[in-house]
Design a protein around this ligand. Structure first.
Ligand code: G6P
Length: 613
């Protein structure tokens, strides 16, 4: 998660940008840089590897005077952490300086389209956008239009700020897809842009958030907005109340909604620096085994509680598929008391948002006593789980305040995907083509999760129609089975509705006895090898007059007219579908809870971190 800051106004831009970068450093710090718009030579660019202070030391006392500029702190995705890959990046003729947060998925395609004569100074996906913008500017195209054309050719989810050399005081910001937001700050005689609201607050509380597809044409005295088609958009200035900021809900009514909407960024933050292209591969810090250790493994056991346990159930598929090791999932509270057979040939992977859940810690202690190597997936630096485990994969999802977990589910599943790919490479059992395909597919996840959030109006409508039902079934097969469990869990937690999650094949062995017109079923029926079986399960439900809400693959209308409600997911690789199908299930539970007036963030009887067994 890179950080972006930009300034245009009357004050000296350099110190403002450096200070802004300090606020953003938590988002990544493998390199940082600033570009200033200066008279005469045009763009003055300074970049350095490592933390912001390294950049500060480098530029101290020698920054030229300038009243507009852009700054960036980086966490590498494409291209190693190095000065040449640090932002701001420019086109070869230095007509534009660019800072960027997110992933340009088709950057190779765009590079190829630019033609052979083009030389690139970095290995980043970003630079191709600088070239595209620079080329338009060279043809005399207006800067806003140049940026709009360039981002229009890019696929992915990202945001950027472009500073054209020849137009003093002008900045162009763009947001594409849901990952990586951008906020405009309106000060007295000045404007700022930042990836985080927090970086603007020392300067102003009057802000405007860009929505996906929007661009802002920013000058100190005025800002104009356009949509992706270039049509003008009217946008209001919001006064950010200090209390809302202090509470951290931002623009949302509930932490749950905020965290649910943070998922494209949270997933991106799992990928950052770990899923790499050129060549496509996963690199994981904190993994406790080398090749020899991985090859000595005989099995993997995944443990967790609640939503984290359901992430483990998806992770099991990944371990089996990519590392070809037998994998089991255990509820951490059951694991310990079953006297499990454990030895140093068993890798234990625990998943815990808090890293403090008592049952999970107890299971980890059991594994430690048996001499098992251990890896934990955790969102909380310094948590007990990270001290017990031999290695930690941090989620970097930021605080999850809402008691019911959302972003840490999708982040944990993504982290387990990375772990399994890494393990597969170490054991030598993962074919290179499969690894490359999976890395490529994972780099599309932030965009796909963002598109899934666009289902919210449709899902809110369904919630309105179904909020008064007292019992629900959730069905899925394969990778969708844990998500059916999660959909049911969310509905119980948030809306206090009795809901059961089942593997669809089990339905006719009991749950179907409950079905009539008063029991709706949410069926996750994706186009995979078990689709036809899911379809017959749905027919069986319909024959008993049970209403069906079907979650289906992108472009699949085959259940149209068969089911009451059809929720079509965005396109995603089938193995990564749980990360995306989780979103409409979360939205459904949230909106039903709203309809029923439930306490969404702090449901009765629950706790965020359960430190008792
Ligand atoms: C509680 C929370 C759940 C969470 C579970 C496990 O029950 O309400 O949202 O999934 O604990 O928490 P952990 O911190 O170990 O992931």
């Amino acid at each position: 998660m890179c950080g972006i800051i930009a300034y245009t106004g009357e004050r000296s831009a350099g110190p403002i940008l450096l200070d802004g970068l300090r606020h953003l450093e938590y988002r990544g710090y493998d390199s940082a840089g600033i570009a200033l718009q200066v008279e005469g030579p045009g763009l003055h660019v300074e970049r350095a590897t490592g933390k912001i202070e390294g950049l500060v030391r480098r530029v101290e006392g020698r920054l030229p005077e300038a009243t507009s500029g852009v700054g960036h702190t980086r966490w590498a995705t494409h291209g190693e952490p190095s000065e040449r890959n640090a932002h701001p990046l420019t086109d070869p003729e230095r007509r534009v300086a660019l800072v960027h947060n997110g992933i340009v998925e088709n950057h190779e395609e765009l590079r190829a389209a630019l033609g052979d004569g083009q030389t690139f100074a970095s290995d980043t996906d970003t630079e191709v956008l600088a070239h595209l913008i620079g080329r338009e500017l060279a043809r005399g195209v207006d800067a806003l239009e140049a940026v709009r054309c360039a981002v229009g050719r890019a696929r992915g989810a990202f945001s950027l700020v472009a500073m054209p050399r020849d137009e003093p005081g002008r900045l162009i910001a763009a947001r594409v897809g849901h990952a990586g937001g951008i906020v405009v700050g309106h000060g007295e005689g000045e404007r700022l842009l930042a990836s985080d609201l927090g970086a603007l607050l020392p300067h102003t509380r009057r802000v405007t958030f860009l929505e996906p597809g929007e661009l802002a044409d920013v000058r100190a005295e005025r800002v104009c907005y356009v949509d992706s088609a270039g049509a003008a958009v009217e946008k209001a200035v919001e006064e950010q109340a200090v209390s809302a900021v202090a509470l951290g809900k931002g623009r949302h009514r509930h932490f749950l909604a905020k965290e649910l909407h943070e998922q494209p960024d949270a997933v991106l933050d799992v990928l950052r620096g770990r899923y790499l292209s050129d060549p496509f591969r996963v690199e994981l810090e904190g993994f406790p085994l080398d090749e020899e250790g991985a090859r000595a493994l005989r099995r993997v056991v995944l443990v967790g509680m609640g939503t984290s346990l359901l992430a483990c159930s998806v992770g099991r598929h990944y371990v089996e598929r990519f590392a070809r090791l037998p994998a089991e999932v255990d509820n951490a509270s059951e694991f310990r008391y079953r006297r499990p057979v454990l030895d140093p040939g068993t890798l234990v992977i625990s998943v815990s948002q808090s890293g403090e859940t008592a049952d999970t810690l107890a299971a980890m202690e059991e594994a430690r006593a048996a001499g098992c190597p251990q890896l934990t997936v955790c969102n909380t630096p310094g948590a007990q789980a990270t001290r017990v485990a031999d290695g930690t994969v941090f989620l970097r999802a930021g605080p999850e305040i809402s008691v019911a977990s959302t972003k840490c589910l999708t982040s944990s599943i993504t982290a387990l995907h990375a772990i399994a790919l890494h393990l597969g490479r170490l054991t030598g059992r993962l074919p290179e083509e499969l690894a490359a395909e999976q890395v490529r597919a994972a780099l599309h996840l932030p965009a796909a999760v963002g598109e899934a959030l666009e289902l919210e109006p449709q899902v809110a409508g369904i919630a309105e129609r179904y909020a008064r039902f007292q019992n629900f079934l959730f069905l899925g097969r394969g990778l969708s089975y844990p998500m059916a469990m999660e959909g049911a869990l969310k509905l119980k937690e948030l809306a206090y509705i009795h809901a059961e999650g089942y593997p669809a094949g089990e339905m006719k062995h009991g749950p179907i006895a409950l079905v009539d017109e008063s029991v709706p079923t949410v069926a996750i029926a994706l186009r995979d090898e078990v689709f036809e079986k899911m379809r017959s399960n749905i027919e069986q439900l319909r024959a008993r007059r049970g209403p069906v809400i079907a979650v289906v693959s992108h472009g699949d209308r085959s259940l149209d007219g068969v089911v009451e409600e059809l929720v079509e997911l965005p396109a995603v690789h089938p193995l990564l579908s749980p990360v995306v199908s989780a979103v409409p299930l979360q939205l459904l539970a949230y909106h039903i809870a709203l309809e029923r007036g439930a306490d969404v963030d702090q449901p009765r009887n629950l706790a965020k971190t359960v430190t008792v067994e």
